[in-house]
Design a binder for this molecule. Sequence first.
Ligand SMILES: N[C@@H](CCC[C@H](N)C(=O)O)C(=O)O
Length: 371
Amino acid sequence: MRIGIVKCHGSGNDFPMIDGRQVTMTDDYWSGVAVALADRAGPVGGDGLLVLTSGGGGDFGMRMWNPDGSEAETCLNGLRCVARWGMEQHAFLTADVKLKTSSARVARVDDLAPGVATIREEVGPADLQLSYWPMNIGQDELVDEVCDRLPSTRAFTAIGMPNPHLVAFVDRIDDAELEAIGRFCEGRPRVLPNRANVSFVELRGTSDLFVRTFERGVGLTNSCGSAMAAAAYAACLTGRRAYDAPMTVYNAGGLVRATADGGGDVAIEGNATFEWRGEIEVDPARETARDLEIIERYEDEVAAWDAVVEGMVVPPRSDMPDGPLSTATSQQAGKSSYLSPEGERGGRGGRGGKISWDGFSAVTPGSIGKE
Ligand SMILES: N[C@@H](CCC[C@H](N)C(=O)O)C(=O)O
C-alpha cells in the first residue's frame, strides 16, 4: 500500500508520522509498518512510528510504535509533532489528545525561537506504583534506591509516565554503562515483563538537567520526551530540583522546558519540527518499505531548529563548574548533525537561534486553558 508520511522530530527524536484516521488496519499491520518505516537501514528511518488517530474521547488521538514493532503507551517528543499536525488540521490552539492508556492536554504556544513551531504538553500524573508496570522486585515503589535485580550499584527511581522509566542521577553520563543496563532490561521478562526505558541524568547549572536515554525497543536515542518528563519529576521527588520551578532539560538532540508539580503532573514545552512530507510503498506483512517520493522539504524549519541547537549553551555540571559542555556522544548513524565529531555540542556561539525563554517560563502543569 502507498502511504503518505511526514518526517518530523521533537528535540532530535525523529519519526515518520502517518494520518491513520481513514486507515483500517490491524495492530499487527501497524506494527509491521513501524518496523518497515523506522528501520535506520531503510528509506526513512526513525525512533518509531507516530500515528494520528481519531478522538476516542479526545479531539484526536496518537498511537506510537517502537522500531521493534512494540507499541508504547506514550511518546512525548512525538506527541508534540502529532499535536501540531492535528491542531493545524482542525485550526485548534489547544486540544485533548487520547493516548494508548492516558490522555494529554496540548497547546500551540509562542515559537521558542524564530521559525521553531512549539507545543506545550501537559501529562500525568506520574505513577510510582511498580505493580502497574509491572516491575517485579518485591516492593511497591523504587525511589532513589539501589535495586539488586538490576546490574548496577546506582540508585534508580521507577516512574510510569505512563510508559515505564528507570531514572538514575549520575555525576557523568557513561553511554556504555547506560546501554548495558538498557539492554539488560530488554531481556529480563520475569523482573520487567514490559521492559523499561532507562535514563542517566546529570544535574546542570542550578536548575537544569541533561538526560540521556536508552529507549525500550530502540536503544540510545538523541532524546526521549517521556524520559525528560520522568527525569524532571524524579529530580523534584528526590529533592534535587524544586517542584513548580521551570527547568531546562538538555539532551543530545536539543532541549525542552519542563516543570513538575507535587502531584506528579508534568508540563513540557518544546519543538515540533517537520522535515519533509512524502509518499512510500509499504508492505506491512513483509515489514518492508520502498519507492519513497519526497514531495516537499521544510528546509526553513529544519534550519531554524539546527540554529537553536548550534547556539545552545549547556550549563556546566553542578559538581564541576568549569567542566566541558557534555560527554554525550551520538551512537546513531545519521544523527551526528547535532554533535561535532568530538562529541562537544552547542555553546560555540554559532549562528544564533536565540531562545525566547519568556514564553517558556510560563510553563506549569495545568496552565492550558487557564490563561
Ligand atoms: N521517545 C519517546 C518514547 C518512545 C517510547 C519508548 N521507547 C517506550 O517504549 O516507552 C518519547 O519521546 O517519549
